[in-house]
Design a protein around this ligand. Structure first.
Ligand code: GLC
Length: 832
């Protein structure tokens, strides 16, 4: 037993900072266990695990044995690799469902296998190790790794050999580039064997689980005369055989050996930790016509003292044999790798160059400038598809999820955002409802459950696009309906409203249908009578936007209808929707309220309070009281719980609303996505200190510091979907990091509401809601072709209220700065 076990002893609900170990103090287990493997050292000081390098937009890791794999996504939009800080990961072309290239064993032990690994072997001694640290047993004497924007880097030393590897996917080829540089830091020549290894999986992940025994004999790995291995997934009845690429595994260095058969390279009863071929002196030259495929390349080199050598390996895809040959030839051209890395960096500089802020809070500044927009971009690409927590098996593009992801891409790349919006609208039926999930790459049938909220979300994205660009033309673009015919973007959005209008329940609120934003609610509305009070608020929010969209697209005739509908729902929310101290969440099939003081469980639900404010529907005293109830009943040291108290028996012990254990997932956990709306709501109420408290406590590194690294476990640089709540014995455990609506909405909450810099139809609105103690901050924001160089000064120490705005020396009226398309930049001074 190591000291790690002590972390399991906390009683439920206790937030033990650093699990009782004072910060800085470390508990070191003996460095080897009796059976010879290295013991895990449990160190509770986060600084010994990672540091941020903000100038480089990197986070650097000092140890490989993190509580969980801390991931990065390397991608050019077509070819993708999820890669951990210790080199585990999975590569796929377009779709992890049907074109997964390498195998990653989700949930299996050993953790975080397999990955794109290099092995460095001293030929004389036979000893070998990995620059990624994992998976070889011999560990580097010095080691660090880092995630940056679209790349992951490893630097390691052992036995006088220094290795640096940069993995990335460049813009020019669909390949993962492994850029290895070795140097001999000793005084004698070194004879080395270098191996590059990947385990190929079957491209269809579900088929692999179900039919591997037969279909594995329909794949092949051949040696190509260009000096490469080519993997072909030739399985019968695969979904899109004509679009299934060949996979190449090649290098720009001469090969001394190769293996395409995993059994030959790894051997039986072995693993990536001790491949037989490496221990037996070299690759066997195997190819594979059926079996368990892999790619292994061997390079035998001699490094003189001080000599440095670079070996690049390319794991890529191309449509056919000729394409493979061309791709390999291009990849071997002088300078290809440097050019690719340079272009990757320039693309990210350009993307993130839209916004640059300097804030009094360095944690917030780093998140807002770097990691939050980066994470949001990855959500936009992958929806909720593949992460360490999601296996990339089934969830394609979620209509609801992706509609929200678009919001945080609009400021950076309106064109990209618009094409995604159109993709989503193509999933809408003429009556206005939409497919819940769909599979544009796989061509599978969509998931057609009908939810009360899905179809409404896209109007928010459309409004944001209009405000960002000031150009309403896209509202007139024709987009097909899923069930035939086509309509303009505006007509699609209007159909969504009409659908909800045609699906109101007995009390007048929108019917819940399958569920609303909260997936779990189907349990209380199975009979189809249940109504969602929250959806009424979402609808209200959308109707306010629809008024603008109707005017901008030349449909003023629709405005009165939207306004009347808003008014009708607003009245209902404030009457039937009001419980006395907070807003109710829903009306169940049996007519009883959900989210009411009359029950013992799930009395209060966060979303119904925040959206009452966001929609502008809450009467002022009710809105304030509702958000006070959030503060008093739902807020914790580690974020705001989604409901209180957690559910065990409600509404029926035999059929509770959720099966989640208390304090986990959807049941009394801190659901980070929903926390973002509390920040926005508090900003709308003008309570800057509270908004900031809610914002800061969920900054991942801040939450990790408070919960303790071994409790929080997930990455400290990207948001997680939820943290276990105080009713769980693992309060503070973060789950489902990376792919979560938290990313987009935190970005919106922080930039548009806290910092208050929000595109609106007639310009850029500047209306901060910050902690009163902040003396000011600066933001450079590119907007409609002009850089707004904004300095906010808060000498009055207030949270809200703009006294004056001066643009290039000229005072302006109000808080909206007009667009300046004729100037390349303007200097904006904002006095609070
Ligand atoms: C998950 C789902 C999202 C849903 C949320 C709340 O994050 O991806 O669609 O809104 O859970 O249930």
């Amino acid at each position: 037993m190591t000291s790690a076990d002590s972390k399991h002893a906390d009683p439920p609900g206790t937030l033990v900072i650093g699990n009782n170990v004072p910060s800085g103090e470390t508990f070191d287990a003996p460095s080897t266990t009796p059976n010879g493997s290295q013991a895990q050292t449990v160190d509770h000081n986060p600084q010994n695990y990672y540091t941020f390098r903000d100038a480089e937009r990197e986070v650097e890791f000092k140890r490989h044995d993190m509580p969980t794999p801390w991931m990065n996504y390397l991608s050019n939009g077509t070819f993708h690799t999820m890669l951990s800080h210790a080199g585990g990961g999975v590569a796929f072309y377009k779709s992890p469902q049907i074109w997964r290239i390498t195998r990653y064993r989700f949930f299996h032990l050993p953790m975080d296998r397999s990955g794109p690994y290099f092995y460095v072997q001293n030929k004389e001694s036979g000893a070998y190790w990995c620059p990624t640290n994992e998976p070889a047993m011999n560990k580097p004497e010095e080691w660090k790794s880092a995630h940056g924007m679209g790349y992951t880097r490893f630097e390691a030393k052992r036995d006088e050999i220094a290795a640096k590897v940069v993995y990335f996917v460049g813009p020019y080829e669909n390949s993962l580039i492994w850029n290895l540089t070795l140097s001999n830091e000793g005084n004698t020549a070194k004879q080395l064997n270098i191996y590059a290894y990947v385990e190929f999986g079957m491209m269809e992940f579900m088929r692999e689980l179900q039919w591997q025994c037969y279909n594995k004999h329909q794949v092949s790995v051949r040696y190509h005369k260009a000096g490469a291995l080519v993997y072909r997934y030739g399985v019968e009845n695969q979904p899109k055989p004509e679009e299934t690429p060949l996979v190449y595994f090649a290098s720009d260095a001469p090969l001394s050996g190769y293996d395409g058969d995993r059994e030959e390279f790894i051997g039986s009863y072995r693993s990536e930790t001790n491949p037989a071929a490496i221990e037996n002196g070299g690759c066997t030259g195997s190819t594979l016509m059926g079996g368990d495929p892999c790619g292994a390349l061997q390079f035998s080199i001699t490094l003189q003292p001080d000599e440095r050598r670079t070996i690049n390996v390319f794991l890529g895809t191309s449509a056919d044999e000729a394409g493979v040959e061309k791709a390999i030839a291009r990849s071997r051209e002088a300078g290809f790798v440097d050019r690719s890395l340079q272009a990757l960096k320039e693309n990210w500089n350009a993307y993130l160059g839209v916004w640059e802020s300097r804030l009094p809070d360095p944690d917030a500044e780093r998140m807002i400038n770097i990691w939050n927009p980066y994470q949001a971009h990855r959500n936009f690409l992958f929806s909720r598809n593949i992460s360490f927590y999601a296996t990339g098996t089934f969830r394609g593009v979620g209509y609801r999820d992706t509609s929200q992801d678009i919001l945080a891409v609009v400021p950076f790349d309106a064109g990209l955002a618009l094409s995604k919006l159109q993709l989503l609208l193509g999933q809408q039926y003429r009556d206005g409802h939409v497919n819940h999930y769909f599979f544009p790459n796989e061509g599978w049938e969509p998931v057609t459950t009908v939810h009360s909220d899905d179809h409404l979300w896209t109007a928010l994205a459309a409004w944001d696009l209009l405000a960002e660009t000031g150009d309403a033309a896209f509202l007139g673009d024709q987009v097909p309906y899923y069930d035939g015919g086509q309509g303009t973007v505006y007509e699609h959005l209007k159909a969504a409203i009409d659908f909800t209008a045609s699906k109101l329940g007995p009390n007048g609120f929108p019917l819940m249908l399958r569920s609303d934003w909260n997936d779990q609610l189907f349990r209380v509305c199975r009979e189809g009578r249940g109504e969602s009070i929250w959806t009424a608020m979402q609808l209200g929010t959308v109707l306010l936007r629809m008024v603008d969209l109707a005017m901008a697209s030349g449909h003023p005739e629709d405005v009165a209808k939207y306004e009347a509908m808003y008014e009708e729902q607003r009245k209902l929310v404030n009457s039937i929707g009001w419980d006395g101290r907070w807003f109710r969440r829903a009306i169940m099939d049996d007519g009883r309220f959900l989210g009411s003081d009359e029950h013992d469980e799930a009395k209060i639900w966060l979303n119904a309070q925040t959206w009452a404010i966001i929609s502008g529907m809450a009467e002022p005293d009710k809105g304030l009281q509702a958000m006070n109830s959030v503060r008093d009943m739902l807020d914790t040291e580690l974020g705001i719980k989604k409901i209180h108290p957690s559910i065990t028996t409600f509404p029926d012990p035999a059929d509770p609303l959720t099966n989640y254990n208390k304090g986990t997932g959807e049941n009394g956990a801190v659901f980070c996505h929903a926390n973002t709306w509390a920040i926005i709501a508090e900003c709308l109420l003008g309570r800057g200190d509270l908004a900031y408290k809610y914002y800061r406590q969920l900054l991942p590194n801040v939450a990790m510091d408070k919960a303790g690294l071994w409790r929080y476990k997930a990455e400290p640089y990207v948001y997680a979907s939820n943290l276990f709540g105080p009713e769980s014995d693992k309060f503070g455990l973060a789950n489902v990091s990376w792919l979560t609506g938290t990313a987009a909405w935190m970005y919106i909450a922080a930039t548009q509401y806290m910092l208050g810099i929000k595109p609106v139809l007639n310009g850029l609105s500047v209306n901060p809601c910050i902690p009163a103690s902040w003396e000011g901050y600066t933001v450079k924001r590119r907007f409609r072709g002009c850089i707004y160089d904004i300095t906010v000064t808060n000498e009055s120490k207030v949270s809200t209220g703009v006294k004056s705005i001066i643009v290039d020396g000229e005072p302006i009226q109000g808080t909206v700065i007009p667009p300046y398309s004729e100037r390349s930049s303007v200097k904006v001074d904002v006095i609070m």
